[in-house]
Design a protein around this ligand. Structure first.
Ligand code: OAD
Length: 246
């Protein structure tokens, strides 16, 4: 299997001491979770960009909640694949603090595979959060789309995810930047590398001279800057990479 990787990549992987991994929707595609910008990304004719916004929620919370419940059902039916499992094993075998996962995914599949050091930049789909001051969190599966009022106060429960036009949690972004600044290799798996600030992380690694390995069947805006581009799926490519790390 290692023949599938170029020799200089195998050598590079053997030298990695601090690994950062950035994942996007393509990481979960083979688990059955639809990507955002490809076929199958639509819901009842709406693009995610029309639903995942504060404005869409203010206008029609029931519609937005029904979309999230539909996505949550897909996520709950999904299972981590060989790529998720390889990352979780690598975190354990590499020892404390040597592998940091930075994900744009809200599906929790990395944690379900066993990864512990995961920075969820865009939140978590299985959690709801009160938009009023009480800040209560609750399982999203318990929210009634037709009546998403908070049981504790007059606020409204919303999915605990980051929407278009919203700011990411600065602490989480700071931790992601720190991990990328400390890494001696960054893998970028299954992301179109279009949405900021996550899209800036590979640029940051490249600017520091850290090798960037991209795993994606399709080229992306990052591809010309990647040190190595593996035109493989996440379930194929990530286990190959992980097998070569010591
Ligand atoms: P996109 O849907 O924009 O891109 C998915 C990427 O995964 C594409 O580059 C595909 O080529 C690639 N891909 C598809 N199948 C794959 C597979 N089996 N293995 C590896 N790669 C595969 O998803 P993201 O880049 O994650 O934000 O999108 C970033 C953010 O934009 C999302 O987190 C979400 C979205 O709108 C928010 O909701 C805030």
């Amino acid at each position: 299997m290692s023949d599938a990787l170029p020799g200089d990549l195998v050598e590079l992987l053997g030298r990695v001491r601090n690994l950062a991994v950035l994942t996007g929707a393509g990481m979960s595609a083979e688990s059955g979770v639809p990507v955002f910008r490809g076929p199958g990304g639509l819901w009842e004719g709406h693009r995610p960009e029309e639903l995942a916004t504060p404005r869409a929620f203010a206008e029609d919370p029931e519609r937005v909640w029904r979309w999230y419940r539909w996505r949550l059902e897909r996520v709950e039916a999904a299972r981590p694949h060989a790529g998720h499992l390889a990352l979780a094993r690598l975190e354990t075998s590499a020892g404390p603090d040597r592998v940091t996962l930075i994900t744009q995914n809200v599906d929790g599949l990395h944690q379900r595979a066993g990864s512990r050091r995961v920075l969820e930049l865009h939140g978590a789909i299985h959690r709801a959060r009160c938009t009023a001051r009480c800040g209560r969190t609750a399982p999203a599966s318990e929210v009634d789309p037709a009546d998403s009022r908070c049981p504790d106060c007059s606020g409204r429960l919303r999915p605990d995810v980051v929407w278009f036009g919203e700011t990411l949690d600065p602490e989480r972004v700071g931790a992601a930047v720190e991990a990328v600044e400390a890494c001696d290799c960054l893998w970028v798996v299954g992301t179109s590398a279009l949405v900021h600030p996550a899209a800036a992380l590979p640029e940051l690694a490249a600017a520091r001279g850290a090798p960037v390995v991209e795993v994606n069947p399709e080229p992306t805006p990052l591809s010309p800057r990647a040190t190595v581009r593996l035109p493989l799926s996440a379930a194929e490519g990530v286990p190959l990479l992980a097998d070569r790390c010591r």
